[in-house]
Design a protein around this ligand. Sequence first.
Ligand code: AP5
Ligand code: ZN
Length: 213
Amino acid sequence: KRLILIGPPGSGKGTQSPIIKDEYCLCHLATGDMLRAAVAAKTPLGVKAKEAMDKGELVSDDLVVGIIDEAIKKPSCQKGFILDGFPRTVVQAEKLDDMLTKQGTKIEKVLNFAIDDAVLEERITGRWIHPPSGRTYHTKYAPPKVPGIDDVSGEPLIQRKDDTAEVLKSRLEAFHRQTEPVIDYYNKKGVVSQLHAEKPPKEVTAEIQKSLS
Ligand code: AP5
Ligand code: ZN
């Protein structure tokens, strides 16, 4: 399957991705995760992306399109993929179409994580992550067994630098202005499934499974 996950910050894309990925044997391509790894490693890409990310603005289309173009060709992605956080602008969506047309494939489903903005601040400010594995926790909704420690590896959890109420405002603004038009773009193609992303994680998973069956 070739899937896109679209939704505002904190809507649950990164929480659902590992579950869906394992169930359907897909690769998980999350541009935010890839960019954060590049920032941490101080690669040329990371250096270019850092300023926009810290402010909660989108990085340039060329940078992220380059990352996806390279990743999507990998053997592990040939059976299918989940795009989490990409495309986020109509230009990115058009470039993705070009890439897939060249491969003779196309997007089968766009999962729209619909949710009210008011719920997101609590989700974002309570989030803790384990970057090496991508595991995500929440102080209230998905607490680790030991606070600040990853359940599986015993390694420390961290909070994202952009997970403040202040930066969230810019991220939400970018979502409404630049990413919501992408949902319309795919609505015209008739491939969008709307999820009730405010429901508990297991119910959201069930909705996704239903829409993919
Ligand atoms: P990115 O990493 O993509 O961040 P985002 O879109 O803001 O999304 P999040 O990762 O914050 O939310 P999520 O939906 O994954 O939520 P999660 O499942 O973790 O992008 C970061 C930055 O990189 C951007 O601002 C931009 O600068 C740059 N960037 C990335 N891609 C780009 C692109 N294509 N173009 C340009 N720039 C790009 O859940 C959140 C919390 O809620 C967790 O604690 C979780 O445990 C909890 N939770 C999840 N589901 C539920 C539920 N159902 N009920 C209760 N709690 C829940
Ligand atoms: Zn995420």
